[in-house]
Write a protein of this length. Structure first.
Length: 681
């Protein structure tokens, strides 16, 4: 019964505040104003409101509350400065050392350092800071911050932030660390839902050799096993150059995707090489060929559809997310937390930017160009067309040889960083300063960048080095990761306030890394991409943004639908996703592709397990383009890179205005694609 009542309100119940909290607060208000003066009234009101909003009976009774407030309110500038400075320093030490512990615990699994034992994985999965926020509420350090510094909403940051001083920004970022008090069991439920849906997605393979057509023909080679949706989509891209079977393969994959979205896919064909499947007729038979180590077909050759598991998983992530709503007063839905806190751009504005791309007049012009290059009318899967690729002047083998000679070891790359940075326009002393803060390690995987979280620690660049030396692909990734490390160094070590360290959101750190990565050939002393290559890249990026903007709108509308229908069943959610996918398609794609009611926009796996993450991609493309264009205009990367990275964690629009003079938006991308249309034919 309780469950029903909660869900019919669309959110869980508000956590119980102690009965005395209002009278206790009013009493203190008068007392503190008398003590510190009228000038402190606004701070007192706000501080008391923030503390009482999170205070629970378990934190202590009214006497404890009153005593706490009297002791910890900093009523004059000197004590406030001392408090601010101490928290800045000690939080840096806390977060910084936690980060160092985590990095050490992951060392064996992250680095190319021999076999990984089962206990290594347990160490790697252990997060020493998992309970930090809980602990800081329990020992009341969080309340000290909430009593003295302002938690601000996105709206306040947007309307007033431009007038704030750096210190004011730092104070609200400091308070922001404690803007939520989510109980451990709620966090656990959220990560459990995330892990379960992630597990579901990670095993969703299609055995391609077992896809058969009406004549029993197999288009795909034995053993090919593709994960939905990433590998399936990449296979569509890879099939363009195949003149014989490319189109038939692409159409087959499109049908498979449609079966997944509608959940008419037979459950027996998921990750199962023991059956053959014709996705067009939906017929399932015991496999006629064997291309795996699995035992001979024990043959569940039935075509019972998957029972809407896809949508049940998505619903579970929604239900778990909703549990946190009452504990997050300034962002009381997952949608608000994603847009107002993580991205810090209002949802309506994000939606507008996406619509601007989707309904841009250059879309039909680029579509016509693709059609001309393909020599056939567009088909729906051409939203993944990837033919705008410049031909490299150098072969992969030539590049491999150059890189291997230069970088036989990770150490050799590390020693070269100062010189690489100077080639990018950094002054010698700046290059030296940054390089001194970066350690290069040999990575087990393809590579990653791990920033420090306190100034006395170093950023780590993890790169893959083969026994024969680094290859070109490894170098390309290393340059990208180095971009991250350089940003991390400036936005931590060169900051005026610790609480402002970083960039507004992940799209910015990626954009800055791409600025480096795009110049990798220059760094090797080779000819950099020409006008034609730049134009192709602009068209490629625009088309990719056009595709993912539609997918993102589906993701956004689906989350709203779930919040509007908290009691929905998986079947109802499936029908809603189908409806929303069709509507977005018919509005923005049908006019170009001339086919109605296509469901491909609903295939993304992130939509199922990533909690409204998809809008980050189109935003990332736009931000990267804006920043790249600015760097090109400036001519040299170094000084501008440092200047923009040192702005810290402002809102995206404020940061971008400081960097380029304009707010975040698709204009730079659209303009570049339009120019490209007169260059590429
Ligand atoms: Zn990156």
């Amino acid at each position: 019964m309780k469950d029903q009542k909660e869900s019919s309100q669309g959110s869980a119940q508000t956590p119980a505040a102690p009965a005395w909290i209002n009278s206790g607060t009013a009493k203190l208000q008068n007392e503190l104003v008398r003590k510190y003066g009228e000038a402190q009234r606004a701070r007192i009101d706000r501080g008391l409101k923030q503390v009482s909003g999170f205070w629970r009976d378990s934190d202590g009774g009214q006497t404890v509350f009153e005593e706490f407030v009297r002791t910890n309110f900093a009523g004059d500038q000197t004590s406030l400065d001392t408090l601010f400075g101490r928290f800045e320093y000690l939080l840096e030490q806390t977060f910084g050392h936690m980060n160092e512990i985590s990095r050490e615990l992951r060392q064996q699994t992250d680095l190319d350092a021999g076999p990984v034992q089962p206990y290594d994985e347990v160490f790697a999965g252990y997060d020493p800071s998992a309970h930090l926020i809980d602990d800081f509420f329990a020992n009341k350090l969080a309340f000290v911050v909430l009593l003295n510094f302002p938690v601000t909403t996105l709206d306040e940051k947007l309307t007033e932030g431009e007038k704030w001083s750096r210190r004011q920004w730092a104070e609200t970022r400091l308070a922001g660390f404690f803007s939520k008090r989510i109980p451990a069991d709620v966090n656990l439920a959220i990560s459990k839902a995330g892990a379960e849906s992630g597990q579901y997605i990670s095993q969703y393979n299609i055995w391609m050799h077992h896809l058969v057509d009406d004549k029993g023909q197999r288009l795909f080679p034995p053993k090919k096993r593709l994960l939905s949706h990433w590998n399936l989509r990449d296979e569509i891209k890879a099939d363009y150059p195949d003149p014989q079977n490319g189109l038939a393969k692409q159409r087959t994959i499109e049908k498979v995707m449609e079966r997944i979205v509608t959940q008419t896919i037979p459950e027996a064909v998921i990750d199962n090489p023991q059956v053959d499947w014709n996705p067009f007729t939906n017929e399932v038979k015991a496999a006629a060929v064997k291309d795996s180590d699995a035992a001979q077909p024990a043959g569940q050759a039935v075509n019972t559809p998957e029972p809407n598991t896809r949508y049940r998983m998505l619903l579970e992530t929604y239900r778990a997310s909703r549990l946190a709503d009452p504990y997050s007063p300034t962002a009381p839905t997952l949608i608000a937390r994603r847009f107002d806190e993580d991205r810090q751009i209002p949802e309506q504005r994000v939606q507008k930017m996406f619509e601007q791309v989707l309904s841009s007049p250059i879309v039909p012009r680029i579509a016509a160009l693709i059609q001309k290059r393909l020599g056939r009318p567009l088909e729906p899967f051409d939203i993944w067309y990837n033919g705008f690729r410049p031909k490299s002047k150098y072969s992969e083998a030539e590049l491999d040889a150059i890189v291997a000679k230069r970088y036989p070891t990770a150490k050799a790359y590390e020693q070269d960083i100062p010189s690489l940075l100077q080639k990018l326009g950094f002054a010698p002393d700046r290059a030296k300063f940054v390089a001194a803060n970066i350690v290069v390690d040999p990575a087990r995987g393809s590579g990653h960048a791990m920033g420090a979280a306190m100034r006395q620690a170093k950023a780590h660049l993890r790169t893959r080095v083969e026994r024969s030396g680094m290859n070109y692909k490894g170098f390309n990734i290393a340059v990208h990761e180095m971009g991250h490390n350089v940003e991390q160094t400036f936005s931590l070590n060169s900051m005026d306030y610790y609480s402002l360290n970083g960039v507004p959101n992940t799209a910015f750190t990626e954009a800055l890394a791409f600025v480096f990565q795009g110049r990798d050939l220059e760094l090797l002393g080779l000819q950099s991409p020409d006008e034609q290559a730049a134009a192709l890249k602009a068209l490629n990026d625009f088309w990719a943004t056009y595709e993912i903007a539609g997918v993102s709108l589906v993701d956004m509308r689906v989350w709203h639908w779930m919040y509007d229908h908290p009691d929905a069943t998986p079947e109802q959610l499936r029908d809603a996703v189908l409806q929303i996918s069709k509507e977005i398609w018919n509005r923005y794609y049908e006019p170009v592709f001339h086919k109605k009611d296509v469901l491909l926009l609903g295939i993304y796996s992130h939509m199922i397990d990533s909690f409204l993450y998809l809008p980050d991609y189109p935003l990332g493309h736009m931000i990267a383009f804006q920043l790249e264009e600015h760097m090109e205009k400036e001519g040299k990367v170094g000084p501008e890179f440092e200047r923009v990275a040192r702005q810290g964690r402002l809102t995206p629009d404020l940061w971008m205005k400081g960097a380029t003079g304009s707010s975040v938006g698709p204009e730079a991308l659209v303009a570049a694609a339009e120019r490209a249309l007169s260059i590429v034919r």
